[in-house]
Design a protein around this ligand. Structure first.
Ligand code: PLP
Length: 402
């Protein structure tokens, strides 16, 4: 008889947002809902991407330029553009592997590591890190506080500025996300250097998720972990076109596996670049040509300008939301280096109670922080991906509701 992967039964019922959506359906307010909840984009694709998609579709429809299976690690035109524009040529094109979303790479990456590896991750955190760690069998069952046994949680609180510090204990795989979802806070150079030193000392690998890199404004926040000396020996970096260029529905991302990144096991040295390529080539059919053409269009002068305009719009929204909430007397974090605001619930309220007030009095949807981990209790995540008029309207409603 077939058996299921028993680790799935350790998971909590839903990927997050299930309860949030259910409560939104039965809200008391009759006002139209303003969603500051799920972090999906609301602006269309930049024009340069749309033209590239049309051109790619024409090529695919022409017997002379039709493309079948593409190169498994991505087309050279895109890998070279990323190498030049995102890394000033310091990362070689063959260290860059194209994929159809950061989420997939974040999850699939676990497969090339031993099950016994201990995972560390921030709390609160992007839920994919923990859920896929559970699915891969790297945890013990779920505890009463919602955490899983066998995982090292790096609490991110007001006291440490929501910046995860290296633990005292040994860990093998560390998920780091900067700027962070959900807190909206970016790590600075000094802290990242501490992480690189920790990884070297412990023989750990850092899985560095830079999905929101385009939003970094703080001068002391590196755009890439490879700005830290020695990081190429200990870190994989993952980036996405989703949240900057609006590719959430088109799908395009890449992961960087430097040649210097090695793991010593079974008495010999293993290149993670080679291992990941082995996996990718076997299990992945390649990212669609049209999506890669659309991505490459973002590195043209026109594309760069359009991309910048999109990111600026969401960044301006974030600052508006941050300031508006502060003017209402609320304590807020994030919003400077990321399109997320981490808003503290007033002292007498839990995050779910505050969520309900915003929903029932003002028809504003947010996400309770405890959905991202127990250290997120007492906070709400608000997304600045909503259209500007919705953010203005939300602040207007909050002025009357609070
Ligand atoms: C931190 C983080 N990484 C990765 C992703 C997923 O990116 P993609 O759309 O490229 O799969 C998200 C999406 O919300 C995210 O918040």
């Amino acid at each position: 008889m077939a058996k299921i992967n028993a680790h799935y039964s350790k998971l909590s019922g839903n990927y997050i947002f299930g309860e949030v959506a259910d409560r939104a359906k039965v809200r008391k307010s009759t006002l139209p809902l303003i969603s500051l909840g799920v972090g999906d984009i609301t602006l269309p694709l930049p024009a340069a991407c749309v033209s590239a998609l049309i051109d790619a579709a024409k090529e695919m429809g022409d017997p002379l330029s039709y493309k079948g299976y593409g190169p498994p690690f991505g087309y050279d035109f895109l890998r070279e553009a990323i190498s030049q524009h995102d890394y000033n040529g310091k990362i070689a094109p063959d260290e860059i592997i194209i994929s159809d979303g950061a989420k997939c790479d974040i999850s699939n990456i676990q497969e090339i590591f031993c099950t016994q590896n201990r995972v560390a991750l921030a709390d609160p955190t992007y839920p994919v890190y923990i859920d896929t760690t559970v699915m891969a069998g790297r945890t013990r069952p779920r505890l009463k506080n919602g955490r899983y046994g066998g995982v090292t949680y790096l609490s991110c609180t007001e006291e440490n500025g929501f910046r995860p510090r290296p633990p005292r204990e040994h860990c093998d795989l560390v998920y780091l996300c900067s700027p962070n979802n959900p807190t909206g806070v970016a790590m600075d150079r000094e802290l990242l250097a501490e992480w690189v030193a920790y990884a070297k000392k412990e023989g750990a690998i850092l899985i560095y998720d830079g999905a929101y890199e385009a939003y970094i404004r703080s001068k002391d926040a590196p755009h890439s972990i490879y700005e830290i000396k020695g990081a190429e020996e200990v870190a994989i970096e993952i980036r996405s076109f989703s949240k900057s260029a609006g590719f959430t529905g088109l799908r395009l991302s890449y992961s960087v596996f430097p040649h210097a990144l090695k793991v010593f096991d079974c008495g010999r040295e293993h290149s993670l670049n080679a291992l990941w390529k082995r996996r990718h080539e076997t299990k992945y059919g390649g990212t669609p040509y049209a999506a890669q053409r659309a991505g490459a269009a973002l590195y043209t002068p026109e594309g760069k300008k359009q991309l910048q305009a999109v990111v600026q719009t969401y960044s301006d929204n974030a600052l508006l939301l941050r300031k508006g909430l502060q003017n209402l007397g609320l304590t807020v974090y994030g919003g400077i280096d990321a399109p997320y605001i981490w808003c503290k619930a007033p002292a007498h309220l839990t995050d779910w109670e505050f969520f309900d007030i915003l929903l029932n009095k003002a028809a504003i949807l947010s996400i309770p922080g405890s959905e991202f981990g127990s250290s997120g209790s007492g906070f709400l995540r608000m997304s600045a991906f909503a259209p500007r008029p919705s953010i203005e309207e939300a602040l207007q409603r909050l002025r009357s509701a609070l």
